[in-house]
Design a protein around this ligand. Sequence first.
Ligand SMILES: [Zn+2]
Length: 449
Amino acid sequence: MLTAQRILIKNGCVLTLDKSVGNFHQADVLIEGTKISAVGLNVSAADAEVIDASDMIVMPGFIDTHRHVWEGILRNIGTDIPLEGDASYLTIVLNTLAPAYRPEDAYIGDLVGLYGAIDAGITTILDWSHIQATREHADAVIKALQESGMRAVFAYGYPWWKEPEENQNDWIREIAKQYFSTKDQLLTFALAPQGPEFTSFETTKAHWQLARELDARITVHVGVGTAGKSAKLRDMGKAGLLKDDTTYIHCTTLSDEEIKMIVDTGGRVSLASANEMNMGYGMPPIQRFLNHGLRPSFSVDTETNMPNDMFTQMRSVNSLQHAMIFDRKLEGKRNLPPFMNSRDVIECATIEGARATGLANKTGTLTPGKEADLIMLRTDRPNILPVNDPIGAVVWGMDTSNVDSVFVAGNALKRNGKLLDVDLDHLREMAYKSRDYVIAKSGFVLPEI
Ligand SMILES: [Zn+2]
């Protein structure tokens, strides 16, 4: 792993996405140790390793605020199944395939998912890990998160296919103490309870209390398809349980009152809009939050049916928001809300992600003093040249083939278009072996072609 003391990235088009620093058609970024120490024109650093970025856009790494990373070995297994119903994501992925996972399957599922995320320019990920059948499953997943080199939130999730173990909350306390005694590290901790729509009010309340006892953020699915119409989040709000330490995922079928409760209590939001539209979660509530002045973060959610990059997320939200407003315009409606532009969505995929994971003081913009989590995107490829509008190019023109380099806390995880220190042959062998085991054990039959 490249761990130079000082790295000077020279002559890139630098999108800091921090208004107080500005964006530059040409500037330098200096990394010292784990942090960004300077951004600007003609930065000099005599003893630094110099990287020429003259054909690159340099920007903060993308932040994925909700992904069930253990599903990495189940990629594209459920592209044609809905969320709910007899043959659905809930019955097949969560109730049939998940119970077959051993700790080593969770490990390799996570590892392929994480390497895929780095390859796609994601530097921070919230691993919504509801594969926690045993204490060892947590150790296995945390090992993968540590090995990946990413900045990550390990969000401990209770298994969905069975009741929690009697001592599950003791495991959680143990894990928090063993791995997360400090927040000053790449991995931080959150609790991922099933939430009020999938378990009782009392159980949810106890989970909320446990998270607060451990000083952990809460990340929870709400407004999920049919279950989201039950007004259960309203009950939580009425009981005074909603606070600014929580990120709410989907929110697709919540009532207006519940959306307002989230905003009023300082909550954050994670939209997985491509997934939400494709699988029947309900209409992604992008405009409903924008109306209240809250910009959401974005998430991949499930690799069982979605690609692993944030380009897809940015484009799907931007298109959807425009479609909804243009539709109203075509109906003759007036006083319509403003359109999201490319700058809005690129910020949702970066700094809003940092806010939704409690990491805005560390990452999300290229601000001197923050951790050096940044990516370099190639602008000399035939899919993107000539670059006329750098932000528009990232949001609408680029894809993962443009991701040249990825740095997390100053460490290079990808350079010159290649992941560093990853034995892809070994990874492939482990992924297929584990996939074969899980499929055989679960009794699931892979789709015909
Ligand atoms: Zn999810």
